[in-house]
Design a protein around this ligand. Sequence first.
Ligand code: CMC
Length: 424
Amino acid sequence: MSTAKLIFEGKEHEFPVFEGTEDEKAIDISSLRAKTGAITYDPGYGNTGSCKSTITFIDGEKGILRYRGYPIEELAVGSKFPEVAYLLIYDHLPNMNELLEWRKQLTRHSFMHESMMNFFDHYPPTAHPMAILSAMVASLYAFYPNSETDEELDTNIIRVLAQAKTIAAFSYKISRGEPIMYPQSNLSYAANFLRMMFGSPAEEYEVSDVLERALNQLLILHADHEQNCSTSTVRMVGSSQANLYASISAGISGLWGPLHGGANQEVIEMLEMIVADGGNYKKYIELAKKKDSGFRLMGFGHRVYKNFDPRARIIKKACDEVLAELGIKDPLLDIAKSIEEVALQDDFFISRKLYPNVDFYSGIIYKAMGIPTNMFTVMFAIGRLPGWIAQWLEMRRDPDNRIHRPRQVYMGEKVRKFTPVDKR
Ligand code: CMC
């Protein structure tokens, strides 16, 4: 095993170095504070490996993304979301029997506890569906407060995967004052979701092949992305031994922000704003280059991908196909493509390695499906569930796991004397 040497305050210290299966090198500094009294400073954790993981591999320079070793390009065209979820969570592709049983359980557990329906009566119709989703996922523990033996965990895992889509679809129906649609056992995960969203008791809902395929693909592309903000949140919360539902609910909140999963909503709102402003996208590209404008090109840039985001490539192609198959002409797509073309030739974006990310085109497909803009991040959350679950399980079963507790460098006041303002 090689080592790394650090000279600090005149003294030399050695730290072990280890390599991942894809030759990524890591310096194990877990003994740094004990040896030197100092800590590392790494805002945003850009250089910090928080865990060893066998789930997802990303090479940001080469634009590679693999789940359990399988390239995303192959999974996106050859598999369905439940199969990928199983792969991520149980570390192998299911055989036919396992897959059939898994699908059956995903439908069986998609019915919510009837008492949870009362929740919906008390949200205002304008409630953001991410607020509803995170609160209701945390509340699952109130209805199913079982312990977390391996067998019970399996049920909890299926429950959260199955019910998140029911919660999302019901909140949509209720916000529109329409009757809710219960899941149907003969339909796939994606088809059930579409029917629960867009079906009506008045007539049989025909699930469109195009939409079912596109939804499967979008969910697969979002299924995991190693130690991003929401996943790290799930691990952080779970490291205190908080239950699965509470940890996932925290992840949903982490995803909500516009710099993370909330970007897909922001992208569409940005494109709509540009169209409403006469379509002058170049003006907005210039604005994004001015630091003090506070404006960023949403759907551009990534902490890890510095060449291209492989998910964005797949989604861009899917976007063209879905719109063509549905016969939709969306001016937002034209604006998005023009922005991409111009930005990719602009030195500001080239020098900072800013490329379209997964969120740049996904919203255009969701929009074509009829999903309202404020639900885009919910779609991301449903897709990301298997990844959060797999990462939570891996963390809980890792013998090296300790409660997550970073340190800080205190820069505030030294001790000072307190004098009460109100001396009465
Ligand atoms: N528009 C304009 N400038 C940008 C953008 C952008 N979208 N993104 C980064 N920059 C600039 C930034 O100003 C900085 O410039 P300088 O070096 O001169 O100070 C440089 O590029 C590096 O940016 P950063 O903010 O330090 O990069 P980061 O790794 O901390 O942030 C990011 C990554 C994704 C948060 C950021 O690129 C961003 O805000 N993008 C827009 C939001 C977005 O699309 N988020 C979705 C990410 S993909 C889905 C997911 O997995 O979450």
